[in-house]
Design a protein around this ligand. Sequence first.
Ligand code: 5RP
Length: 296
Amino acid sequence: MADNIGNRQSKEYYMDVPPPSDGFFVKGLGHSDWGIKNRLSRIFNPDSGNTVMLAFDHGYIMGPTSGLERLDVTIAPLIPYVDVLMGTRGAVKTCIPPSAGKAICLRATYDTSVLFDDMTAGNGMGVDIEDAIRMNVSALAVQTFIGSSGERDSLGTLCRYIDVGDRYGIPVLGVVAVGKHMERTTEFFMLATRILAEHGASIVKTYYCDDFEKVASVCPVPLVIAGGKKLPEDEALTMAYRAISEGAHGVDMGRNIFQSEAPAAMAQAIGKIVHHDFTDKEAYEYYLQHKEAPGE
Ligand code: 5RP
């Protein structure tokens, strides 16, 4: 059995060797079923290979977060500027028009709220697969707590969703949560993202960190980065730019878009980095130019 005693430190990441493509454009998923590939092609843009996901699932543990008090008012106008809408069943059903025409990544787990002592205590299956199919979702998002008290519990939830997702052709996005007392090191993110991919997640959501290219290199499926706490717009764009330049295949951002002074302009500026090779500086210029008149 593999254990943690006397292991040799891993050090060869083959960053200059391209991952196998198997003729399908999404990293590592060439051997997936047709339905999974079809849904992945709604998530990742076949031209750029990348995705802009808008995360607005915060309310399921945080209640009415700033910027998400009224999803119909604040999120619906951003729909044209993103590829994927990531929300809970209740948020999607009440505030996203079924005609929106965008891929849905459904937050499928129930987790503990901000009122609970240990927010990494574990989770379970909050949405039945039949309801996910009825909603025609393109992916199921599952929170995990590697290195925290809820590790086993959340990996169990991840595995169950991957099993049912595989049965019906729905990919699972595994989310790396970081416990309050854990450090955001390269080593942690390499370990956590790889664990989720090895369990069968088709996409892994993580945070940007130092030496991100190592994290991306050893994860056999696409990584998307969360935005985290609100940063000044130029810094958030730099983070997105670095992540994409260092091997991420997209962002799954929330607060740095919907809490921006100009959310639509910010979503579009992020899209310029993710899909159109803009640098962070070019994207910030674009943001400033479109702050007052997004969409032009
Ligand atoms: C946390 C999540 C959230 O969706 C995520 O944090 C994205 O939002 P933000 O960019 O605001 O951090 O997956 O588990």
